[in-house]
Write a protein that binds this ligand. Structure first.
Ligand code: ADE
Length: 245
């Protein structure tokens, strides 16, 4: 995946891109990130990127010109890109969007907003406005990083073991099951016996049951959305009867 990130604070992204899996993905050339400082596309001596809103009101608005100029510059190579604007008003980002981005799009531009908002005319450049959740951050940089991270780890070759993606939270449509490693006993807490049994079918059932238990407790909305298999319905009924008696 190749992406350009338009931002006023490239260092926010550098810190994360230079660590761990994102760093390795860049070294393996599976991820390429070009950080583009919007201030470099201003033309006045004060390098102004914001102005007060027409119609009045508190706060400042991101001016359109530096963003349009930055996009003109990036567009010079003629390569098609999907342009994503990060904002709390966008389509909520989730795992299926991460999968869609990893599958279909090769090249992205992420525009990170700041201030109270961005001049509406910038939307003429944008293919999709995306939010990472129902809260307001100081800017879109962390949101761009969240998306880059979630998409990059789905690119084949980025993670060591692709099986870990197949089994993880959300790809089952529910939350992840509990994990244990050595030691078998720690401070009086034991690893569940079934995980030591070597019986793969029993282990699968236990994991599915624990995943459903957790999901029902903290994200019942996911269970409604996912649509349960007959086995899941049986497991949920078992959970309820265990609780009721
Ligand atoms: N910028 C500020 N808050 C945001 C959010 N929740 N998602 C995406 N971009 C943002």
């Amino acid at each position: 995946m190749k992406c350009d990130v338009l931002t006023l604070f490239p260092d926010i992204l550098t810190a994360c891109l230079d660590e761990s899996i994102l760093k390795r993905a860049r070294e393996k050339e599976l991820l390429e990130v070009n950080l583009c400082n919007i201030r470099d596309f201003t033309t006045d001596t004060h390098r102004t990127v914001d102005d007060s809103p027409f119609g009045g009101g508190a706060g400042m608005v991101f001016k359109p010109e530096p963003i349009f100029r930055a996009m003109d510059f990036l567009g010079e190579d003629g390569e098609p890109r999907k342009v994503v604007l990060l904002s709390p008003q966008g389509r909520p980002f989730n795992q299926s969007m991460a999968e869609e981005y990893a599958r279909e799009e090769k090249r992205f531009v992420f525009i990170c907003g700041r201030y109270e908002g961005i001049d509406e005319r910038v939307k003429a450049l944008v293919d999709e406005e995306v939010s990472i959740g129902d809260y307001v951050m100081t800017g879109g940089e962390l949101a761009a990083l969240v998306i880059i991270d979630a998409v990059t780890r789905l690119i084949p070759g980025v993670l060591g073991d692709e099986r870990s993606i197949e089994n993880e939270s959300f790809s089952w449509g529910v939350l992840d099951y509990p994990h244990y490693t050595r030691p078998r006993e720690y401070r009086g807490m034991n690893v569940p016996q079934v995980l030591l049994s070597g019986d793969h079918e029993k282990i699968w059932c236990w994991r599915r049951k624990e995943a459903l238990r957790k999901t029902r407790e903290v994200r019942p909305d996911l269970i409604e959305k996912t649509g349960l298999s007959e086995i899941d319905k049986k497991i949920l009924a078992e959970l309820s009867s265990e609780e009721n008696g």
